[in-house]
Design a protein around this ligand. Structure first.
Ligand code: S3P
Length: 170
């Protein structure tokens, strides 16, 4: 993996797949910077993601997300974790696969739901049946995430360090 770090490694996949945790560890292992696109958007807007969705709408968030990712990809190589919806945009996907190396952290519904059920920070899951919504998003998105350059299985029994190691070895 070190020899390919002339390009940014972009972690894609569903909310709860572990992109931030694995990305942080991967960056530490490789001695490169870690950036999370959601964090950058929140910092620039000085608002939380639910606040941005509530005030300006999802379309505005997606625009900011695309802009932040474009900016980060034009900077020095590192590890970039992007929000679960970012790779769905054909334009962003093309940019990611052109300028970076995309890694899909594939996880099943059980694991994702265990991780996201506690948190109220995902506006897309503020529905009457969030578990069902998560399942629908997963079914819709998995074929698109599958377009990533590499796939790493994120399983409950794997530690963060093991999964970061898998990305390094890929
Ligand atoms: C989203 C995932 C979130 C965040 C926003 C929308 C999505 O990021 O960008 O709530 O569309 O799946 P994480 O994947 O980091 O939770």
């Amino acid at each position: 993996m070190t020899e390919i770090l002339h390009k940014t490694v972009v972690l894609v996949g569903m909310m709860g797949a572990g992109k931030t945790a694995i990305g942080t560890e991967l960056a530490r292992l490789l001695g490169v910077p870690f950036v999370d696109s959601d964090d950058e958007i929140v910092r620039a807007a000085n608002m939380s993601i639910p606040e941005i969705f509530a005030r300006d709408g999802e379309a505005f968030f997606r625009l900011k997300e695309a802009q932040v990712i474009a900016r980060l990809l034009s900077g020095p190589p590192g590890i970039l974790s992007v929000g679960g919806g970012a790779f769905l945009s054909a334009e962003t996907r093309t940019r990611i696969t052109g300028l970076g190396i995309s890694v899909w952290l594939r996880a099943d519904l059980e694991l994702l739901w265990t991780r996201v059920r506690q948190k109220t920070s995902r506006p897309l899951l503020r529905t009457a049946n969030p578990r069902q919504t998560l399942g629908e998003l997963l079914a819709e998105r998995d074929p698109i995430y599958a377009l990533a350059d590499l796939t790493v299985d994120a399983r409950a029994e794997y530690s963060i360090a093991e999964m970061a190691g898998q990305v390094c070895a890929a």
